[in-house]
Design a protein. Sequence first.
Length: 191
Amino acid sequence: MQELIDKVINEGVHVGGGIVKLDSFLNHQVEPGLTLRMAVELCSRFQSCGVGLVTKVVTAEVSGIPVALGVASTFGADLIYARKSRSALMTGTYYVAEAISRTQGTHTDLMVDRRFLGPDDCVLIIDDFLATGSTLSALVRLVCESQADLAGIGCVIEKPAEGGREVLSDVDAPILTLATIEFVGDHMKVY
């Protein structure tokens, strides 16, 4: 998606260690118009892969929520975001899977209430980055445990050097991204 590629080139900051700061439009301040266009583009690409009915869109809080909401709205599906911490309001039973945060280096349990995801659902998993694949793999495990059908995985940005696509190689569904970032020395290549 050329608009996104241009935005990453113009506003993305490589802060070292393969981490790119995109907080001016993707995961701190959110640019609604671009976010909705990214969501529509992901939906169009999924439909081109044969994805039809989607009942739920699943993401992890927090950074995946804006794009996931746009995808859910476009497909007419509900959005579920996996929680990263328990609150006093979480009294039911939950699907739980562990993920390791790429940017924080911490282990986190992702939790989805069992009432909201089940075998009658057809699910898209949406997130901001496909990097190590840890978060996406945890979300896949939640969907599999619920016995829902996984229709696909979509991310805004992929960083292939971190091996996330290989981590997800057993997933029998399309894995789509809108832009790719690679590093050649200290230079960021975006396509």
